[in-house]
Design a protein around this ligand. Structure first.
Ligand SMILES: O=C(O)CCC(=O)C(=O)O
Ligand SMILES: [Fe+2]
Length: 377
């Protein structure tokens, strides 16, 4: 505790002597994450978290809640299997959402409410348990299937985000039962099984939305692997000076996100930051960079962020469909069936692993990993 307070004092020393690398390392070495700072009773945020005002600004997010065109689409999957009229309507809604917003929410997706509630509670339990137990999992070792840390890009990002994350590679080769944290072992395994089914369903619907055979994306192994990023965003004493999750796109094929009732997730739509309001029972679905690439820009991977909040903690669980942790030489480029003389391929081929490596080294402010693969026009 005293160490954290000293760290805080260190970070507040005059700019002249401010050594960012040292401050980052000192924070990382606590292995207590952002929650550790909050538990130590800080009243101001350490310098490493401070972002330029324009990055935190909500200017673009004036209240658009009354305008239907600024509402993230909600797709009800009820009756999806019952009759082809309902399915057609659902596929149409998904086509529209993926081509414009890159985001939609789903209801009646088949995952029981108690499983979703318990997943949120499991992540909360993990983060709120005794610090010593949690610290055992603190690591940046990419070989570990289960790891906990604060800011996967701590040493690369321009500013740290107000967030701690438990990361777990779940499919196709899940960890051994004893490798999971006891606080959320059972629910992680259960939720992962449910997500595998929902993932298959969504990839079928998205294939149809691209006018492809329903099994095409699954046959391309887009649904083969998934990884959990379970986030814990403590209440922030200066929520207007940092973000819970800075603006980014997801490097996955597809992301399924479960969020609690706190809110703060926003998507950039027509240059406005639009809230994605928590709705009990709903899951947030978004297109990742790799799906934008293989759909040849038919579907969009759109920037999003999470505000830091003075209330909280906020808990969310993002499930990324990706296979980069598997050795594979499989290459992904624009799907041939989507190409014509008028719509030639916009991207070069890449393996998932190379894509993720390039995503991580692209850094903020540089050319995005997706843009690097784009043929110049
Ligand atoms: O916590 C959230 O709501 C969003 C998380 C997110 O965007 C991510 O993990 O990529
Ligand atoms: Fe994301």
């Amino acid at each position: 505790m005293a160490f954290i307070l000293n760290l805080q004092r260190d970070l507040e020393t005059s700019k002249e002597f401010y050594d960012r690398a040292k401050a980052l390392k000192a924070f990382d070495d606590t292995k207590a994450g952002v929650k550790g700072l909050v538990d130590a009773g800080i009243a101001t945020i350490p310098q490493i978290f401070v972002m330029p005002p324009e990055e935190v600004s909500c200017e673009e997010s004036d209240d658009h809640s009354g305008c239907p065109q600024f509402k993230v689409p909600m797709v009800d999957l009820k009756n999806m299997e019952e009759d082809c009229v309902s399915r057609k309507k659902i596929v149409e809604e998904i086509r529209k959402a993926c081509g414009t917003w890159g985001f939609f929410q789903v209801l009646n997706h088949g995952i029981p409410q108690d499983v979703m509630d318990e997943m949120i509670e499991g992540v909360r339990r993990f983060n709120e348990q005794q610090k010593e137990v949690k610290m055992e999992f603190y690591s940046r070792d990419k070989m570990k299937k289960v790891r906990f840390n604060s800011n996967f890009d701590l040493y690369k990002a321009k500013a740290a985000n107000w967030r701690d994350t438990l990361m777990c590679i779940m499919a196709p080769n899940p960890p051994q039962p004893e490798e999971y944290p006891a606080a959320c072992r059972d629910i992680m395994m259960q939720y992962s099984e449910q997500l595998k089914k929902l993932g298959d369903t969504l990839f079928q619907l998205i294939s149809q939305a691209l006018n492809l055979d329903p099994n095409q994306l699954e046959d391309m192994e887009c649904a083969k692997g998934h990884v959990f990023f379970c986030h814990y965003y403590p209440a922030c004493p200066e929520s207007d000076r940092t973000l819970g999750h800075a603006k980014h796109t997801d490097p996955s094929f597809l992301t399924i996100l479960l969020q609690d009732q706190i809110g703060g997730l926003q998507v950039l739509h027509q240059n406005h930051w639009i809230d994605i309001p928590p709705q009990r029972g709903a899951l947030v679905i978004n297109i990742g960079d790799l799906l934008q690439l293989i759909s040849n820009d038919k579907f969009k991977s759109v920037e999003h962020r999470v505000l830091a909040k003075s209330t909280g903690p906020r808990v969310s669980a993002a499930c990324f469909f990706t296979t980069h942790f598997q050795e594979s030489a499989k290459l992904y480029g624009p799907i041939k069936e989507l190409l014509t003389d008028q719509t030639p391929p916009l991207y070069k081929e890449t393996s998932v692993k190379d894509y993720i490596d390039s995503f991580h080294s692209a850094g903020l402010g540089g050319i995005s990993a997706l843009a690097q693969l784009r043929f110049s026009q």
